[in-house]
Ligand binder design. Structure first.
Ligand SMILES: Cc1ncc(COP(=O)(O)O)c(C=O)c1O
Ligand SMILES: N[C@@H](CCCC[NH3+])C(=O)O
Length: 433
């Protein structure tokens, strides 16, 4: 397993944030999501350093869907980043955590009236409008509440980034945003720019997630700047803001060639500066929205090994006390992870095994045919790079409770989400009789 951040091995035992993983499991139980706070901060700082320009203002918006808890909101706020939200629940979490709401960007292709009302009441800074129907709804709600709100229009620049088809967002058939090639978009922009309830700042795009190439980002920049120039020429509306989305690819397993944060962001800046000059547009502010690249490598999930099995066909299984309920990504995207037996770190990795969870589902596999240290029941399995889209996509399938989340750093641990209890599972149930 590749080690990131503060991971180190002492006396054959994996430590994160200066604490032994054995101690963490003893104290908080298993499975356990462990987040390396220093690495999260370091990644945020890399974005801040790389994405800076003398020609326009820049802003880093953390895409909270990757990993959101109240503690994370506090950390994002402390590091001075903005944050996106895609549902009433994410807006509410940010608000309750005391996040500065003017720095929230509210996304979503189907925001409900109640969610928009919550956003307006909570004084969310910017709403990213997905389509004309949503614009009408927003105007009506602003009219009712006698308020005015800043918006960006989400557009689809039609760029195919090479990633899993489930996480591409900019193909022509994508459900997100309005295509820049559809001529009706001009009328949509003119209408938004003239509305008395709305201040249209500019445009947003997001080309997909877990992207390893820099090329689609550079193509997206030129496409968006050219689009802003065309709109200015045809409608007179001059966009001041561009939001280029997130999607920066990270390392999960062998073969993943992660984008270097400072490198890709500084290349984006250079390209933006050049294209803004070339197309003579009046862009004053540019944002990006990284999620995964801030938290993925900072997360490790710790499991207890509960059983070992060799099937009649000779396949060897290691059974863990979690699985697809805490990490759906292998089942959903064929995602690959790396792991190690946390209490046997320096032993040779001689065992070819498949790590399976406890759900009633054959696809409940976290690592398929992977080499691990020889282990025993009761050992701890650490699976790396689980910080993004694991906790946030966790489920209660088979009525399995969600794990606790703990932040670690400088030899200390802080519980930030309690482990769910069986009582939590039934608290919203209403008996029939
Ligand atoms: C609109 C938008 N912004 C930002 C992100 C963050 O993407 P990632 O976590 O890959 O950086 C996503 C997710 O794909 C998204 O849909
Ligand atoms: N949830 C996805 C990515 C979707 C990103 C949000 N648009 C993943 O785990 O890779």
């Amino acid at each position: 397993m590749r080690r990131f951040g503060t991971m180190e091995v002492k006396e054959n035992l994996l430590h994160i944030g200066g604490i032994s993983t054995e101690k963490l499991v003893e104290e908080y139980g298993s499975p356990l999501y462990v987040m390396d706070q220093c690495l999260i901060e370091e990644n945020m700082n890399k974005f801040k350093r790389g994405f800076q320009s003398n020609k326009f203002q820049t802003e880093i918006i953390y895409a909270s869907k990757a990993f959101l808890t109240m503690a994370m909101c506090q950390l994002v706020a402390r590091e001075g980043l903005s944050m996106d939200a895609v549902s009433g629940g994410e807006v509410f979490t940010a608000r309750e955590a005391g996040f500065p709401m003017e720095k929230i960007y509210f996304h979503g292709n189907n925001k409900g009236a109640e969610e928009i009302e919550l956003a307006l009441e909570s004084k969310v800074g910017t709403i990213i409008v997905d389509n004309p129907g949503e614009l009408e709804l927003l105007e009506e709600l602003c009219r009712k509440g006698n308020s005015k709100v800043r918006i960006l229009l989400r557009v689809n620049p039609g760029i195919e980034a090479h990633t899993h088809e489930y996480i591409q967002t900019s193909k022509y058939c994508s459900k997100f945003g309005e295509s820049i090639f559809d001529e009706t978009i001009e009328g949509f922009i003119e209408r938004a720019s003239k509305s008395q309830y709305i201040s249209l700042d500019g445009f947003h795009c997001h080309i997909g997630s877990q992207i390893f190439d820099e090329a689609p980002y550079l193509v997206a920049i030129e496409t968006m700047v050219e689009f802003a120039a065309k709109i200015k020429r045809k409608t007179g509306y001059s966009a001041k803001v561009l939001n280029m989305g997130g999607g920066f690819g990270v390392y999960y397993s062998k073969g993943d060639d992660a984008l270097d944060i400072e490198d890709i962001t500084s290349k984006m800046i250079e390209h933006l500066e050049r294209k803004i000059d070339e197309y003579q547009v009046e862009i004053e502010r540019v944002m990006i929205e990284p999620g995964r690249s801030i938290v993925a490598n900072a997360g490790t999930t710790l499991y207890r090994v509960g059983g070992l099995k060799t099937t009649y066909s000779g396949k060897k299984y290691v059974f863990i006390d979690g699985g697809m309920t805490d990490n759906i990504r292998p089942a959903l995207y064929q995602a690959e992870y790396e792991g190690s037996i946390a209490n046997r770190m320096t032993d040779p990795t001689t065992e070819l095994v498949t790590v399976a969870g406890k759900c009633c589902e054959s696809g409940d596999v976290i690592m398929k045919d992977t080499l691990l240290q020889k282990c025993q029941v009761g050992d701890i399995l650490a699976v790396g790079s689980t910080g993004a889209y694991n906790y946030s996509m966790a489920s209660n399938y088979n009525r399995i409770t969600k794990p606790a989340v703990v932040f670690v750093g400088s030899g200390e641990s802080k519980l930030v989400v309690k482990r769910e209890t069986y009582m939590d599972l039934i608290k919203n149930d209403i008996k029939l009789y």
